[in-house]
Design a protein around this ligand. Structure first.
Ligand SMILES: CC(C)(COP(=O)(O)OP(=O)(O)OC[C@H]1O[C@@H](n2cnc3c(N)ncnc32)[C@H](O)[C@@H]1OP(=O)(O)O)[C@@H](O)C(=O)NCCC(=O)NCCS
Length: 265
């Protein structure tokens, strides 16, 4: 099976740890069973051209179920979706899609403590706070948010969210890594194995702590964990070319593009 087909199959299976899937035309609509929303995806392997009518049907079903209309897909395996989504008035984005196999791996380490986290509520709350703080300052530049901003963010994370994170960690469907200094957690990231494939998501470094190799170290630790636990293909989609460069340093290479679409604000 080609990289793209395998990645597509993985991306169709992974949401099922937090959602149920239902068929709506050429799409599977994932309906969340947890605290964060999911999206729809085209069914892997379909060669049918996606039309604006298909998207209108999906939009109607989302309205019935009171779900936000949003889509994620592999652009290379469903090339008709981006133009149809744009024509249907959705905002379309494309991101570099990368993979790594064992032979590609070039570990990057840090002198700080970089470890796989236990399923502890306090620790997972910190990791989520690092991610929320970092994603509030997108891009790769150094910025203002440091440990204080992280702690303010942590206090605002709901107990339901923390419980959902603990549940996923205990089930082994989300494995989180964190980098620590004497100021607490500075960077975090997650991998989500399904069988022999895993995706790295949510890699994040507090804005004030960027450009010290912490994201590369987190990615390294997650890849090591995945490869040591039966995974032989790790994938991820990068926010931008600049972010993709962080992963390319660890050995990831580009295989295509990931697409996303949602209603414009
Ligand atoms: C993307 C992100 C995770 C990178 O975190 P980071 O810890 O700064 O990443 P690294 O330090 O490993 O790499 C960043 C850059 O610093 C450089 N660098 C690494 N160690 C360095 C050091 N000791 N001295 C100087 N530069 C260094 C890297 O070479 C890289 O350079 P490049 O931008 O020219 O490729 C961070 O910017 C972030 O949280 N952004 C917002 C959230 C986000 O977009 N996450 C990714 C989702 S896909």
């Amino acid at each position: 099976m080609s990289y793209l087909s395998r990645v597509d199959e993985y991306l169709h299976a992974a949401p099922l740890s937090g959602a149920t899937g239902q068929q709506v035309g050429p799409f599977t609509l994932f309906r969340s069973t947890t605290v964060w929303p999911y999206y729809a995806r085209p069914v892997p392997g379909s060669t049918a051209t996606v039309t604006v009518a298909d998207l209108e049907k999906l939009r109607a079903r989302c309205e019935e179920l009171k779900l936000p209309l949003s889509l994620e897909w592999v652009v290379d395996t469903c090339p008709s979706l981006a133009p149809a989504a744009a024509e249907a008035g959705l905002e379309v984005h494309e991101y570099p899609l990368l993979v790594l196999e064992r032979a590609d791996f070039t570990p990057v380490t840090t002198s700080l403590d970089c470890q796989i986290l236990t399923a502890s509520p306090d620790v997972l709350r910190q990791a989520r706070a690092v991610a929320d703080t970092a994603f509030g300052t997108p891009g790769t530049a150094i910025g203002d948010g440091g440990p204080e901003a992280r702690d303010v963010t942590a206090a605002g994370i709901t107990d339901d969210m923390v419980a959902a994170l603990v549940e996923r960690a205990e089930a082994g469907v989300s494995i989180t890594a964190g980098v620590f200094s004497n100021q607490g957690m500075l960077a975090s990231g997650v991998h989500q194995p399904v069988g022999t494939t895993s995706e790295i998501v949510g890699v994040a470094t507090l804005p004030a702590m960027r450009r010290q190799g912490l994201a590369a170290a987190i990615t390294t630790r997650l890849v090591e964990h995945a490869l040591a636990n039966g995974v032989d293909l790790v994938l991820l989609s990068a926010e931008s070319d600049a972010v993709a460069a962080v992963y390319e340093r660890v050995g990831f290479h580009r295989i295509g593009r990931a697409g996303s679409a949602e209603l414009a604000e």
